[in-house]
Design a protein around this ligand. Structure first.
Ligand code: FPP
Length: 238
């Protein structure tokens, strides 16, 4: 395998453990989320250094609306502040911001901040940072099925023409390759409705570290772990 093959093109992260990190310190859960911004910067730096081209971060799931209002409001404020504050540095690093998820549920203010960050970083060519916001796989697949059913009802496609590609193209991730590596911090070992279609052949890695404590060295360890994996895609080893 060439060195190039040993570097994942697309890394996706379930940033878990902010709440526990805060509770262990007697702080509000939202303080755990604030502490979760620095490891986003660290991961981005490490991903650029390794030559990763796509980094997806699970920042807010469709289920997260069920959290206490104060926590949801704090997260919305944090997303707005972070994209405004970080955009100049992202432009400098050549990072393009994109989103997956149903953004129509966000307030007009949040939608405007996200859209502006996408516009301002659109020329970035070093790495694409994909924020999963109001995202869940089942919701994404449901919206995709609705879209394909509408095409069929309009006579634009016949059901027999529907193949894996039709589905890939109807998903929020149509413009991106599947993740090669999915990391979930905090020791939990599940995907929690994240990229279920796209994760078919992804390698999974579950470090114990809580997200606010995730370092560049942890990202380096993930790269080392990935390089050791034997990806067969249903075939046999060479
Ligand atoms: C999961 O931990 C984390 C979240 C739901 C929010 C993630 C948000 C950030 C890391 C803020 C910064 C992000 C960006 C993109 C600027 P949890 O609250 O479920 O933790 P717990 O399982 O310990 O309760």
């Amino acid at each position: 395998m060439s060195d190039q093959k040993r570097i994942p093109q697309h890394v996706a992260i379930i940033m878990d453990g902010n709440g526990r990190w805060a509770e262990m310190r007697g702080k509000e859960r939202s303080e755990g989320h604030i502490a979760g911004v620095e490891p986003v910067r660290r991961s981005l730096r490490a991903a650029v250094r390794h030559g990763v081209k796509f980094l997806t971060l699970y920042a807010f799931s469709t289920e997260n609306w069920g959290r206490p209002t104060a926590e949801v409001d704090a997260l919305m404020e944090l997303f707005c502040q972070s994209v405004v504050n970080e955009t100049p540095e992202l432009v400098r690093q050549g990072v393009e911001i994109r989103m997956i998820g149903d953004r129509s549920r966000f307030s007009p203010k949040v939608q405007e901040h996200l859209a502006r960050a996408e516009r301002q970083t659109a020329r970035g060519e070093t790495l694409t940072l994909i924020l999963a916001l109001n995202y869940s796989s089942r919701d994404e697949i449901t919206r995709a099925v609705r879209h394909i059913a509408r095409q069929a009802a309009d006579g634009a496609i016949v059901p027999e023409q529907i193949d894996e590609r039709t589905i890939c193209e109807a998903l929020d991730t149509a413009a991106f390759p599947d993740p090669d590596l999915i990391i979930r911090t905090s020791g939990e070992q599940r995907l929690s409705n994240f990229l279920l279609w796209q994760a078919s052949y992804a390698e999974l890695w579950f470090p114990e570290v809580l997200w606010p404590d995730f370092t560049e060295e942890d990202f380096d360890r993930a790269m080392e772990e990935y390089a050791r994996r034997d990806r067969r895609f249903g075939l046999v080893s060479k």
